[in-house]
Structures are given as structure tokens and as C-alpha cells.
Design a protein around this ligand. Structure first.
Ligand code: 5CA
Ligand code: ZN
Length: 416
């Protein structure tokens, strides 16, 4: 699928700082050490409703990682999927009396508009589940052939499942114990009580066709892909094993990322799908996780329609650390708007304090597991001084404008 137009990235003087990120699997902040091309896969939306602030927070977080990679001179091969075949799509399409394909296309279009407005750099490969069915069929065939998968004994619905014990390292990504795995498996799309499964945790790879559900032909019979194999196949076929960053919200740690990894590891015989597993905290509203199923949503498109500057939304989202579960509240947005106004005012100054130290601190904090509260504070300090007329560097405002644009993705340039 086509993605969306990326904003240009100005160059920023001074030395870049290699990034260190928290890895869910190793439970530590570790250096990310990409080659010339940094490789990143981030789980995309299920397009049955509009982008909310939780999605936006997650994609803005990985956008910062993308920007820090580029600042360090790497090309970035960024891949994102769209889960455009899934139960919620069918349910919503039936409820609204529209075709599930039209619903998916409409919400994906809106997502592209939201990402463009939020100045998120586009993925190089933006791949829908429907587009990748052949890849999934091939992967499931291989998993069956090498004994990692089996067909349930059900003549009517011969679904294919992945054996949880196909790899010896299963469980390393989340580090969860059996009880936690069982709980999240049941809560997050798993089917522990499906008759015929060998282990309650075995994950669906290929769902045999049911009446009223779309299906595609395959050597396993007509059906549709399971969820985790979609991300495994899309990532593996574009980035290979041991790519740099696998990302998404913390709600995907288990079962989704554990099984995406296990599928790829069972396919290749290699031990580690991604070198870094990076997860964002959950954005909530009114005390609960913001989610389409709960309906407690603040939509990016609604804020845009109300005239809110997306740069202020970005600053609001970056005002707390990405790994913290956090609430989206009116004061968060008001604070983002206030900060944006101050930075823009400072950016109009004809001079300010020398920018080198501020830019160095901005880079240092971002590369320290995306410490955005400190990164924003570094720019706040420069802006406060510039507004007070402190400092005589005539080039500083331009350098700060470029750094805030390139590294934070926020546009504070005076409108000419
Ligand atoms: N299509 C799958 C991933 S393959 C999916 O989870 N789609 S989603 O539309 O539900 O979520 C899209 C992305 O936003 C995922 O990375 C998810 O972890 C993240 N996300 C969902 N809700 C929130 C939230 N409240 N706060 C932060 N991130 C969220
Ligand atoms: Zn995914």
C-alpha cells in the first residue's frame, strides 16, 4: 500500500549521539547498534475506527527513534503493517452496513492524514494483511512442514495452530510466567479453549473459512491468516532476522510479539527475531486505557477539525516518558499549546544564547532511552533566555528551529 508523504528533515550541526533504548526482553537500557541501514518494524493499526491519541503516542515515539537513527547517519528501513483483515473490522462493517474493505480503506486513509499532520516520517514499506496473504500462506506451509504447526482434528474447520513448544526459547521476549501468559492470551485475542488444540497457548496461524467471513485459497484449504504470523511474515520478508527494533504498545508484549518472534524463529531456526523489543506505555482517558473497544477516545482527526495545532499535540504526547502509562487530559494539551507558543516566540528572536549546548543536551536526552521530558526542558531553557534577550548568537534561532524540527518533529519556524 502507499504510505504518506514524509516531511523533509533539516540537517543539524554538531555530533549526533548513538541511541540507547530499553529492551523489554533483556529488561535493560541497551545501545542499539545498527549497521548503515537501521531496520525497524512497528505494528500498525487495525483500521476499523479512527486514530486516537494512544495510537498517535506510539507512532510519534517510534518516529523519534527513526529521527535519531537518521541524525546518526543511518538510512532507515522502516516497515509497518495494517491489520486490514480481522474480526473487529467485520463486526464494525456489519454494524454500519458497509463492506469491510471500504471500512478498512477509509480508516487507513484517515490514519495517513493524521500521521501526515503529526509530521510522522512514513514507513518505506506499508503493508496490508490482505496484500501479504501469499507470504503468510508460504510461512504457514513451512511451519507445518517442519513440525512447528499442526491442523486441528476438525473436518469442518481445519484450523492450523502453532505449537507453543516449537522453539526452546519461547517466553524470552515478554519474560512472563505461565499464569500471566494464560491471562493475556485469553484477554488479547487468543482462544485457549478451542477444542483440538494440543496446548491452550497454541496460536492460530490459519483460520479455515467460516460462512460470512472472507477467505483465500491455500494448500491448507480456504481461510484467512492468524494475527501474529501476519507481522512475522511481513517483517521477516523485508528486514530478515535480527533486525534492530520491533515496536508497538505494551499491550502487544504478549501474546502478539512473543508469537511473532516465535513464528519467525521456528521458520528460520535462528534464536532472535529482533535485537530490541521496544514498547510504549498506554495512553488512557478518564482513568482507563484508551481503546476502540471501550470507546473512551480522543481522536487526532477531531482535534485537527477543532483547529488544534498537531505540533501542540505532539508536544503534549512527548511531555512525559514514552514507557509510562499516562493519561491524556486537557491540561496536557494546554501545556503543549503553551510550550509551542513560547518556542515559536523564541524562534522569532533575532538572536539568542549559543545553540550548541542546547542541541547537545537535546541529542543526549533523546538518545538516553528517549528522555523527552528532559529534551523538552533543554529547549524550554533556551527559549526562556532568548525571549529575555539573553545571548547574542544571531544563528542560534535557526539552529534551534532545525534541531526541534529534525529531532522532535515539531515545526516552530516563523511563517514567512
Ligand atoms: N494491528 C494491531 C497490531 S499488528 C493493533 O494492535 N492495532 S491497534 O489499532 O489496536 O493498535 C495500533 C498500535 O497502537 C499498536 O502498536 C498498539 O500497541 C498501539 N496502541 C493501541 N492503544 C494504545 C494506547 N491506548 N496507548 C498507546 N498505544 C496504543
Ligand atoms: Zn503486529
Amino acid at each position: 500500500m502507499h504510505s504518506w508523504p514524509s516531511p523533509s528533515i533539516p540537517s543539524v550541526p554538531g555530533p549526533a549521539v548513538p541511541i540507547r533504548l530499553y529492551d523489554t526482553s533483556d529488561e535493560a537500557v541497551k545501545p542499539v547498534s545498527p549497521g548503515d541501514v537501521a531496520t525497524m518494524y512497528v505494528c500498525g493499526i487495525t483500521p476499523y475506527d479512527a486514530t486516537h491519541l494512544g495510537h498517535a503516542a506510539t507512532y510519534v515515539t517510534f518516529d523519534l527513534i527513526n529521527r535519531v537513527f537518521r541524525d546518526n547517519g543511518h538510512d532507515v528501513h522502516y516497515v509497518q503493517n495494517i491489520t486490514d483483515v480481522d474480526d473487529p473490522l467485520f463486526e464494525r462493517a456489519t454494524r454500519d452496513g458497509i463492506d469491510w474493505r471500504d471500512l478498512g480503506a477509509r480508516e487507513t486513509d484517515l490514519f495517513r492524514e493524521d500521521m501526515t499532520a503529526l509530521r510522522v516520517l512514513a514507513p518505506r514499506d506499508y503493508i496490508g494483511a490482505v496484500e501479504s496473504i501469499d507470504e503468510v500462506v508460504e510461512a504457514v506451509g513451512k511451519l507445518l512442514a517442519n513440525g512447528s504447526a499442526y491442523v486441528v482434528d476438525d473436518a469442518q474447520f481445519p484450523d492450523v495452530y502453532f505449537s507453543v513448544d516449537a522453539t526452546t526459547q519461547f517466553g524470552y521476549e515478554s519474560g512472563y510466567d505461565a499464569e500471566t501468559m494464560a491471562k493475556f492470551f485469553a484477554e488479547r485475542g487468543g482462544d485457549p479453549d478451542r477444542p483440538g488444540k494440543r496446548n491452550k497457548l497454541d496460536a492460530l496461524l490459519w483460520r479455515a473459512a467460516r460462512d460470512g467471513e472472507p477467505s483465500w485459497d491455500s494448500p491448507m484449504g480456504p481461510g484467512r491468516p492468524g494475527w501474529h504470523i501476519e507481522c512475522s511474515a511481513i517483517a521477516l520478508n523485508r528486514l530478515g532476522m535480527a533486525f534492530d527494533v520491533q515496536g508497538g504498545g505494551s499491550d502487544l508484549i504478549f501474546p502478539h510479539h512473543e508469537f511473532s518472534a516465535a513464528h519467525a524463529e521456528a521458520l528460520t531456526g535462528e534464536r532472535r527475531f529482533a535485537r530490541h523489543y521496544v514498547h510504549t506505555g498506554m495512553i488512557g482517558l478518564d482513568g482507563e486505557k484508551m481503546s476502540k473497544s471501550l470507546g473512551n477516545l480522543v481522536l487526532v482527526s477531531k482535534l485537527r477539525a477543532a483547529g488544534v495545532d498537531p505540533n501542540a499535540v505532539r508536544l503534549g504526547l512527548l511531555s512525559q516518558h514514552y514507557r509510562a502509562d499516562r493519561m491524556w487530559t486537557d491540561p496536557v494539551l494546554v501545556e503543549g499549546e503553551r510550550r509551542l507558543a513560547i518556542w515559536r516566540r523564541a524562534a522569532k528572536s533575532t538572536s539568542g544564547p549559543d545553540a550548541a549546548d542546547t542541541v547537545a543536551r537535546l541529542r543526549q536526552h533523546l538518545s538516553d532511552d528517549l528522555d523527552t521530558p528532559k529534551a523538552l526542558a533543554a529547549v524550554d531553557a533556551w527559549a526562556a533566555d532568548a525571549i529575555l534577550g539573553i545571548g547574542s548568537s544571531a544563528t542560534a534561532p535557526q539552529v534551534i528551529i532545525a534541531a526541534v524540527d529534525a529531532l522532535l518533529g515539531v515545526d516552530i519556524a516563523p511563517v514567512s
